[in-house]
Design a protein around this ligand. Sequence first.
Ligand SMILES: Cc1ncc(COP(=O)(O)O)c(C=O)c1O
Length: 386
Amino acid sequence: MTRIDPILADLLARKGESGLRRTLRPAALVGGGRIERDGREMLDFSSNDYLGLARDPRLVDRACEWASRMGSGSGASRLVTGTHEAHLALEEKIARFKGTEAAMIFASGWQANAAVIPALLAAVPGAVVLTDRLNHASMHAGCNVAGIRQTRFAHNDMAALETLLIQNAEAPARVILTESVFSMDGDRADMAGLVRLAREHDALLYVDEAHATGVLGPKGAGLSATVPGGVDVTMGTFSKALGGFGAYVAGSRTLIDYLVNTSSGFIYTTALPPAVLGAIDAALDLVPDMDGERAHLSALGNRLREGLCARGFDVGASSTQIVPAVIGEAQDALALSARLEELGMIASAIRPPTVPKGTSRLRLALRATHGEEDIDALLDAMGERA
Ligand SMILES: Cc1ncc(COP(=O)(O)O)c(C=O)c1O
């Protein structure tokens, strides 16, 4: 027992009383939309392996091959001796996939947002930063590191955003931060509307494509690819649909050169190792040709939404592979999640602060490796909303 333990134990006990204490439980993806937990194989509706690539032998083989050829570690940060030819070749491949001039790799999506946003904001002193109310925690972290106060607009509300842009017309600069697919709601940003507003009001547009990369847009290139040249900075991850780990930022050559020189989460961290790069490289070879899997995933999303609505559940504005079943109180969401677990299904309850108070939910994430029968089994297990 250390001196801080009683204080921490008290804080944890309070979280427990309000149903907000979290614990770590081991689980392992086993493919086929399933996961193994506590020695049981269960249907998995909580992982973000949307295209089922995390257990794909083609990714695993390339990861192993690159590790045996280039080693297990990269040795240093990118600006010291950590840039291998593989990093540069992969960055060119990402830029081609995203349809941008250039791209750079980051250690994780969290790190990319936390490191790129402050670097960008340093370039536009006095900027007003307009953020969607439901942006991911890592974007908030980036704003906090920058020491700026965010001006939040109502979720996906283009009229509210326009009003704020007009009100801040005299500011030295305006920056809009948003996700393209919202991680806890599965709805899409109005990309055309955002691009139009950014152009009309001379604002910078930064879009997080963590949940769109690989799944939406032409050949899975994300929703930014539906508005070519309209987004100033795009970031996304390899940790979800691309079945690996790490993240990218894509944009102009000048943007990337600037970030190489200024982004602390790039400069002061060790380069991603060959095994991780190999898996990303293999995923980028496969993803453009996975339109069949994307169509299947989209159909599964429709089937689940229709079934949930028919049973009285609120699925919000979801239109993607992420479908929330909004329950309300944390304890009720936890109880439903526990009931599903008894029936052999993982559907984690998402609670505040990840989602706003009173909107605790099951966040149901679908995979191309799920079948229609898996969705029907889930719907039967969910029952009717009282
Ligand atoms: C919208 C969004 N951005 C960023 C991240 C962070 O990505 P990563 O898991 O690669 O750190 C996540 C993942 O949870 C996310 O949902």
